[in-house]
Design a binder for this molecule. Structure first.
Ligand code: NAD
Length: 297
């Protein structure tokens, strides 16, 4: 069993860190929130007084932080100075590709091992240990990270070198946003045309309009009982989170010179929904904006 520093014990990180502790690893927990650290101590982890304290003497480090600026600050300000040579770093935060490559490149220069390993699956999957990890890094570093990531997930897949995990994540989520908006538009039009939503689902889910947004995350109540649509559009995956990922996708598209007009439209629509008070509503709740039933909050 390994000594693992876990930094960033928020909605996602706490469940992930608990799963590492339950698997028998010696988890050293740090977060700016003392309550978050205390929760982990209650689950068998030990408390660290800073990120540097958590990392010193650890075999591996997992970070689960809000955004690129936090990841840069924590690695450059604390982790690099305190970690032993050869320490394995796994950054599971969703951040911009440039920050992932920058921090990962610095780590490699300094003789550490590093993978960017953002996740798909929300808080429920983090708690259940059923996340999907999209990993960027060398084959050797991936092989070293895989057993730890397996403890927290159901699928661990290498997408390529440093930054590839983040690249897969933002491309996947851009596609998800586009198919969700398309699915919402189709259900809204179907209703205006007098179709029963269940009938439209029964046929389209077996025809060429089928997608994950329809069959696993249907944005109208009824056809798929487990979706947020059946629970007042409580997340699930909040609109504000989707908007963050769409912004990252547009920044990356601009930097890479890729044409993503539907990604740009999706970002604009989610920004509008967020501005009208939909930020903490599940991202499938954007159907209310499209069918005119949303009341600005
Ligand atoms: P969160 O805001 O709940 O947790 C982030 C934690 O990081 C907080 O507890 C905060 O105190 C801590 N933190 C911030 N700066 C720190 C520092 N300098 N040192 C130590 N701790 C610090 O966010 P979350 O929902 O857990 O998301 C974490 C990451 O996972 C984000 O990048 C997010 O985009 C991604 N993600 C979230 C979901 C989801 O459904 N919530 C799904 C997939 C990916």
């Amino acid at each position: 069993m390994a000594t693992i520093a876990f930094i960033g014990l928020g909605n996602m990180g706490s469940g992930m860190a608990i799963n590492l502790a339950k698997a028998g690893h010696d988890v050293r927990a740090f977060d700016l929130s003392e309550a978050a650290v205390a929760k982990l101590v209650g689950e068998g982890a030990s408390a660290a007084s800073s990120a540097a304290d958590a990392v010193s003497g650890a075999d591996a480090v997992v970070t689960m932080l809000p955004a690129g600026k936090h990841v840069r600050a924590v690695y450059e300000g604390e982790i690099f100075g305190a970690a032993a040579p050869g320490t394995l770093f796994m950054d599971c935060s969703t951040i911009d590709v440039d920050s992932a490559r920058h921090v990962g490149g610095l780590a490699k220069e300094k003789g550490f091992r590093f993978v960017d390993a953002p996740v798909s699956g929300g808080v429920a999957a983090a708690t259940a240990g059923t996340l999907t990890f999209m990993v960027g890094g060398s084959e050797e570093d991936f092989a070293a990270a895989e057993p730890f990531l397996q403890v927290m997930g159901k699928a661990v897949i290498r997408g390529g070198d440093l930054g590839a995990g983040q690249a897969v994540k933002i491309c996947n989520n851009m596609l998800l946003a586009i198919t969700m908006i398309g699915t919402c538009e189709a259900f809204s039009l179907a209703e205006k045309l007098g179709l029963d939503p269940q009938k439209f689902f029964d046929i389209s889910s077996k025809a060429s309009g089928q997608s994950w947004s329809m069959t696993s995350y249907c944005p109208v109540p009824g056809p798929v009982p487990t979706t947020p649509a059946n629970n007042g559009y409580n997340p699930g995956f909040a609109t504000a989170m989707m908007l963050k990922d769409l912004k990252l996708a547009q920044d990356a598209a601009q930097a890479a010179g890729a044409s993503t007009p539907l990604g740009a439209q999706a970002e604009a629509l989610y920004a509008m929904f967020d501005n009208l008070g939909g930020g903490s509503t599940d991202f499938s709740g954007i159907i209310q904006l499209l069918n005119g039933s949303w009341q600005a909050r």
